[in-house]
Each structure stands twice: as C-alpha cells, then as structure tokens.
Design a binder for this molecule. Sequence first.
Ligand SMILES: Nc1ncnc2c1ncn2[C@@H]1O[C@H](COP(=O)(O)OP(=O)(O)OP(=O)(O)O)[C@@H](O)[C@H]1O
Ligand SMILES: [Mg+2]
Length: 371
Amino acid sequence: MKGPERHERIRRILQTVSKNGGQLDSKAFYEAAKKEGFKSFGVSGAFFSRQLVESKDEKIALTERGKAYLENKTMPAMTGVRTRVKQPKEATPAGQNQPKQELFIKTKDYTTFCAGVDANKNVLLIGPTGSGKTLMARHYCQAHGQNYKRVNLNGGATVEDLVGHWLVKNGNTEWCDGILTEAMRKGNFLVIDEMNAATPEVMFVLNSVLDDDRMLVLVQKDGEVVMPHPDFKVVATANPTEAGVYAGTKEMNEALLDRFHLIVYVDYSEKVENAILEASGLVEKDRARVKLFAKKLRQAFNQGEVSTPFSTRSIANMAGLLKQGDGELILNRFKLNEKGVVRELYKTIVKADQLPKDADIVVGDANAATV
Ligand SMILES: Nc1ncnc2c1ncn2[C@@H]1O[C@H](COP(=O)(O)OP(=O)(O)OP(=O)(O)O)[C@@H](O)[C@H]1O
Ligand SMILES: [Mg+2]
C-alpha cells in the first residue's frame, strides 16, 4: 500500500479515532488501522492520532511533517506514522541482563539503601548529578543477581512507555507491556531516574504502584490488574531542585514523596572520590591535582562563577583522561563562557610544575570559604 491511497486510509483511521468523544483510545486506533488493512502500526501512530484528537481539527498545528501529511503531500522521513512493529521483549533469564563488573565503593548510604530495598521499601535517592545514585542501584542488582531495568523520566517517557500499548501485529491486535508492567510481572529491579521530571500523567501511574498494595491497573487493557512479582523492586532517583541548577525538574509532588518510605541523600563523598583516584593508577601528585582542581571548581560553582557542576563522575572521567595523557579534554564539558576561567584553573593546578597551595588559588570571590 503506497502514496495517496495509504494516506487516505490513514486519514480515515484518524477521523474514526477523532470521533471517539475527543478521547484517545489507542485500542480503537489500532482496531481502525487493522480494518484499513494495516498489518503493523508503531507507537508513533498513536501519538499522531492523539495530536489530531486533541486539536479536534484536521488542520492541526502540527509539525511541518504532520501538516504535509494531512494535506496529502508526500510524507517526509521520520513521519508521525510509521509501520515499524514494536516486538514484545523476550524474557531475560535472571542475572543475564547485567552490566559488567565495575568499580563500586561502598558507603554508609549504600548500606542504608540496601536495608530499605531488602525490606521492600520504596526508596528514593536524592543527590546532585554524578554522585552515584544510579550506580548504587546497578551494583545492588549485580550483587543480588537481579535484572536491572531503567527508565529516565526526563527523556519524555510517556504513560504508554511505562504501562504498555496496543499494536497491530500480523493483522492481530496485541498488547505490548511497558517497562513498568514488565518489571512488575517478571520481578525486575526498576530504577526510575529523574523522578522529579515526570509529567502529571506519569506521576499518577507511579502513585498507584508505590502504594502499599503496589498494584497497577491497566486502564487501556480493560482494567487488567497487575500484581507485583515478589522480586519486583522500584527505586527512584532525583536531583535536588535548587532554582536554576536543574532547570526543567519540578518540585516533587507531596503525595508522591509521601509514598517513599526511605529517602537517602547521596552527596559527593571524599571517601569514594579518593578511592576512585587511587584505583585510577594516577601517581599521588596527579591525584592531588585532580582533587584540588575539583575542590576549586566546586567552590566556584557554589559562588556562581561556573554553572557546570564538577561531580564524582567528572572526577572519574578526569582521572581516566589524565592517565591516558588527554587531561585537557575535561575542559570540553564546560560552557563556552566559562571555559576561560576553567582553563586558567587547569593551567595553574594541573599543568604547573609544582602543585600550588590551596590557599594561593582563588576563583572569583577572594573571601570565599573553601568547600
Ligand atoms: N560509590 C561509587 N563507587 C565508584 N564510583 C562511583 C561511586 N559513586 C559515583 N561513582 C562514579 O560516578 C559516576 C556517576 O555515577 P551515577 O551515574 O550513579 O551518578 P548519578 O548520581 O546517578 O548521576 P545523575 O543524577 O546524573 O544520574 C559513576 O559512573 C562512577 O564513575
Ligand atoms: Mg543517574
């Protein structure tokens, strides 16, 4: 099926769905698609129909692609409607979906985290970027041979991504579980990153899963109730929400916060950073340079001199780069307008023959307290 004929059929499908009381019903969409002879229809088809339904107007202010589509012109690449079939994932045997062993330094926070997870509590990890939140969860899974799954809510994850959606496959309408439903059925360890960036619709779904009975109702699938596998675990992470620092994140809704039995604040840890530096293979003098560079940058960050945080992740990266003789590449992660200040700091601390004294280096305010 090609060109105008195909477009006409899709137009009819979209019209059918738009008559459905202004509500998107993805099952109705896929049923209509099936009736029009489509064998397979991807998720973005539903997205496209939602745009149409919400606007209640065929001349919807869509993207240029969408407009071209409705005006029956040729569909540009990456259209709103695709024919790719999303295949349900095969079951992964326990322990198989695990990342390779990586350096992990245990901390008191990790002990608290493990106790919470072992007791089946909902755990929320809050901390600045690159402080080890995700790594904690990943390490727990490695240590316990559990399947680790992760979803980042800052990447525009939708309710469909979490819960699931209908698709037409080989002429049949099939339900495809989303990452949350799959994790609940199979007993995976689900990490929900950047929880505070969730849309209200996603928050609504998560609220019910985090309730004490931990159950999920698939409204889109005739109200099927999914009860969690005994091994199912869910851990959320969030960055603190100081104004301007993590733009785009929202204050966490009180009702959601209340559902976490345990909140662990994971900050940058000197113990962890020292251990990372020791494991990096850098000589002591270079390790001291990285530490001083990080300390001064954090000081500058706290004073608003630079806007890029220098995290434990940055320390690990910098150590790796220095070890391979490319230390200066660390400057690439800073914004153009702050690169000058950071380059100066790099020259003074990392490139100088002698490691300067802490007190001799001031970035920005000369009276600033050290961190
Ligand atoms: N306890 C630790 N042991 C070893 N390495 C660590 C530890 N904590 C942090 N790191 C280093 O910091 C990096 C970043 O960790 P991680 O991805 O868990 O941060 P995060 O807090 O989840 O950050 P974000 O908020 O940006 O998602 C790791 O890849 C590792 O290099
Ligand atoms: Mg993370």
